[in-house]
Write a protein that binds this ligand. Structure first.
Ligand code: ATP
Ligand code: MG
Length: 230
């Protein structure tokens, strides 16, 4: 079985002249289905930049991202079609979880999830029921009609997990998902992620400083000045 996700010599340079920062410097990696990969490294080492390029949110300066062996994102010099298909690629292949939850404040828990199902063109009649089922999976049966402002951090992050899982993407990317949570709630979120890689057969990439994440991951890579430390 080949890797679900491959990065080939991914590089991101921000700015130019005196302001030039090589945030990610020729990183190559591959991720297997059902693998939980942890990325660690000091602040400013390029973790978020790398994750954003992986998830096709950020175009690399050079290098390539491949999914199932097909190039989906390529350096800035590459012509369209890459640009045009990226939103579809993101929707189809990735679920995202962020440190600050990033839920829509004006939507209930269920609607934060059903919105993604709608974007993914799921059957309109089933959106609400399917979204509710996803939320229940994360122990939030009673929170479906709550707004983010009325939920705890852990509850919001579990809604974010449900949303990341909506439409069943094969890859989940999580950037410091436990950083705003207390240690017990953080552990709960990490356990959910771990379960997703096992039961739901997701490939998971998580950026975290959390020592608990280290014990759960299948593999850990350390970034330093944009490079993988060997
Ligand atoms: N949009 C941007 N424009 C210019 N420089 C940027 C931009 N985003 C990040 N950088 C720089 O790129 C480097 C890597 O940043 P990045 O956010 O990827 O690091 P990080 O490892 O995620 O850090 P942290 O642990 O603090 O979240 C840093 O030097 C940062 O200042
Ligand atoms: Mg970061």
């Amino acid at each position: 079985m080949g890797p679900i996700l491959e990065l080939k010599n991914l590089t991101k340079v921000y700015g130019d002249g005196d302001n030039k920062v090589v945030a990610v410097d020729s990183v190559s990696l591959s991720l297997k289905k059902q693998e939980m990969l942890l990325i660690m490294g000091p602040s400013g080492s390029g973790k978020t930049t790398l994750l954003s390029m992986m998830g096709c949110i950020l175009r690399p300066t050079s290098g390539e991202v491949l999914i199932d062996g097909q190039t989906v994102s390529k350096g800035e010099a590459a012509p369209r079609p890459y640009e045009d298909v990226l939103p579809d690629i993101r929707l189809r292949y990735f679920g995202f979880v962020f440190q600050s939850f990033n839920l829509f404040p004006s939507l209930t828990a269920v609607d934060n999830v059903s919105l993604i199902l709608r974007l993914k063109k799921h059957d309109g009649k089933k959106l609400q029921a399917d979204a509710r089922r996803l939320i229940e999976r994360f122990g939030l049966a009673k929170r479906g009609d709550f707004y983010p402002a009325d939920m705890s951090g852990g509850e919001k992050q579990r809604v974010a997990l449900a949303r990341a899982l909506a439409g069943d993407p094969p890859i989940i990317l999580a950037d410091e998902p436990t950083a705003n949570l207390d240690s017990k709630t953080g552990l709960d979120v990490l356990r959910h992620l771990r379960e997703l890689s096992g039961e739901a057969q997701k490939a998971i990439v998580i950026v975290s400083h959390d020592p608990k994440a280290e014990t759960m991951a299948d593999r850990v890579v350390f970034l330093e000045d944009g490079k993988i430390r060997n």
